[in-house]
Design a protein around this ligand. Structure first.
Ligand SMILES: [Zn+2]
Length: 105
């Protein structure tokens, strides 16, 4: 199943411990059907010192959320919506099934 969610999408979590929260997609993992949402589902990780984290220690990182637990937010409907796909000319775009708004600009 191809994920309808892409990087930079605005989503709402509709199930699980972060239910009701909204955020921006940082990364998607289509194989595992997981998404990473900015500042949501944070977990503490022990980090060894590296170039990026000079001193190591405990850092907070986004843990993946299953794609079925998030829904795309439609800017027009101002809520989570089901997403469909259609052809717009020769381009495949995603649209809001509620109001018809094209979600890919
Ligand atoms: Zn809509």
């Amino acid at each position: 199943m191809a994920l309808k969610i892409r990087k930079d999408d605005q989503i709402m979590v509709v199930a699980g411990k972060e239910k009701g929260k909204t955020g921006k997609i940082l990364r998607v993992d289509p194989e595992k059907e997981k998404v990473y949402v900015e500042k949501l589902n944070m977990v503490k990780r022990h980090q060894k010192p590296s170039a990026k984290y000079k001193h190591g220690g405990i850092i907070e990182k986004e843990a993946p959320i299953h794609a079925s637990n998030v829904m795309i937010l439609c800017a027009k409907c101002k809520g989570p919506v089901r997403v469909g796909r259609k052809l717009d000319g020769d381009r495949r775009v995603r649209f809001c099934k509620k109001c018809g708004e094209v979600l890919d600009k």
